[in-house]
Design a protein around this ligand. Structure first.
Ligand SMILES: [Zn+2]
Length: 454
């Protein structure tokens, strides 16, 4: 079979499966699968997990079952052993969802898949039940095209039950079940394209380092009339210190950390970013790089909070101590320990007037970069181009997915690729979440082509 005829046959098959995909998604969205027993009965998660296990068993995977993880959530695992000599692909997704937040802010029923203006609305429609259905539809289409023959590669489906809670059930489960889940290529279906119709690999995730910096100068607050002018002001020292973390253009300037990296994938248009971020008219964006450089390629420091007297209730006093909580996002290429060391040294050496400074480290997370070459990556690039009719691009993601780091550490030689149906207009985690059905269709086709040709 030629590439074109295979693509055409699978495309037609996926298209004919879309009514079924919609019905599947409606069923999945109806489960209020928030892994938080304070808010929702655990049976909701359990029923969703069982549905996922049954659906992937029906499509031909074996040993489909529920596995309890250390945070009490259930992971669904279903497998098709690799034929001799063939590689194994792990397909990841999660069936738990964010709570609805403000139900009154939804224009359609939260737990009922509803079509409006060509999109499908409901909690989890995109994140990540849309990706569950994309995986399922890909396997159905592929199986139907095989005329009773076996899947050509090994397939391991993993659907997590507590991704949105950040309680780490899956991160603990993976290393303990390394043999069960071992794969040559991992398709992490919990991301999305840069925009509808633009095939995109999420190539990097930023890491993070948080610290609390405290500045002390006096035994306690002193009257600003009697002492102000000569008394060392701890709040002024903190303001001075924090100001050294940026230059005039707003670039983050931590001594010892590079800040001139360049993003070589898709560029985030300035006007789109201004609208997405709600930047006020006339206010400038930060930094001397492009938006993509600043978001995905360079370190970025944010002041999360400051301990200082509130405006209302403040008195005429020079402060003796002040503190700030800082968040430093770091791109791949900078390790958290290196970033923490540089930030700590910068703070200690830039405090004015020999004020006492202490830096306390909080949690940190490593950045992630997926490989950009390898047989799986090349097969998925070809599949993307065939499915969408345009070559794939790359974007970064400002946040982190700790599980990706766990997968990378557990399977050092495996190729990890982040894709999915969650493009920006899905409004994941917010009220009125939705998915564009063509994204489910095209991601399913992409995955089916990938599994057929890898
Ligand atoms: Zn997700």
């Amino acid at each position: 079979m030629t590439d074109d005829s295979r693509t055409a046959a699978l495309r037609a098959r996926v298209r004919s499966l879309m009514p079924r995909a919609k019905a599947d998604l409606a069923e999945l969205v109806s489960y209020r699968s928030v892994h938080d027993p304070r808010q929702f009965p655990p049976e909701e998660c359990h029923r969703a997990a069982q549905w996922v296990a049954d659906a992937f068993a029906e499509v031909g995977l074996t040993d489909a079952g529920l596995h309890e993880t250390p945070d009490g959530s259930m992971a669904v695992v279903a497998r098709h052993p690799a034929p001799p000599g063939a590689p194994t692909v792990l397909l990841y997704c999660h069936y738990d969802v964010q709570p609805p937040l403000d139900e009154a802010a939804w224009d359609t029923p939260v737990w009922q898949l509803t079509e409006r203006d060509g999109r499908w609305y409901g909690r989890g429609a995109a994140d990540c039940k849309g990706n569950v259905v994309a995986h399922l539809t890909a396997l159905r289409a592929l199986r139907d095209s095989l005329d009773g023959k076996d899947f050509p590669v090994g397939i391991t489906l993993v659907s997590e039950g507590s991704e949105e809670q950040g309680t780490g059930g899956m991160e603990a489960f993976v290393p303990k079940n390394a043999e069960l889940l071992r794969a040559d290529a991992l398709v992490i279906g919990d991301c999305g394209n840069f925009a509808v119709g633009v095939p995109t690999f999420t190539q990097t995730l930023r890491g993070t380092v948080n610290v609390i910096v405290t500045v002390e100068t006096l035994a306690g607050p002193m009257h600003s009339g009697m002492f102000g002018g000569a008394a060392p002001d701890a709040l002024a020292a903190l303001v001075h210190l924090l100001a050294t973390l940026r230059d005039e253009q707003g670039n983050t300037t931590v001594a010892g950390l590079a800040g001139d990296q360049v993003w070589d994938g898709v560029q985030y248009p300035v006007e789109q970013f201004r609208a997405d971020a709600g930047v006020l008219d006339g206010v400038e964006l930060l930094g001397d790089g492009t938006v993509s450089d600043m978001l995905w390629a360079r370190p970025a420091l944010t002041i999360l909070g400051i301990d200082a007297p509130k405006v209302v209730g403040s008195s005429a006093a020079v402060q003796g101590s002040a503190a700030a909580r800082l968040n430093l996002r770091i791109p791949p290429g900078i390790e958290p320990a290196q970033a923490l060391k540089a930030l700590t040294a910068h703070l200690e050496s830039n405090v004015p007037w020999h004020a006492k400074v202490t830096v306390q480290a909080e949690a940190s997370g490593a950045p992630f970069r997926s490989g950009s070459s390898g047989p799986a990556r090349h097969a998925l690039e070809r599949a993307f181009a065939a499915a969408y009719g345009t070559p794939a691009t790359t974007q970064g993601q400002g946040g982190s997915i700790p599980l990706c780091t766990v997968f990378a550490e557990t399977y050092p030689g495996a190729e990890i690729m982040l894709i999915g149906v969650e493009e920006p207009s899905c409004l994941i985690h917010a009220p009125n979440e939705s998915v564009h059905p063509t994204e489910i269709e095209n991601i399913a086709l992409t995955e089916a082509l990938f599994l057929a040709t890898y």
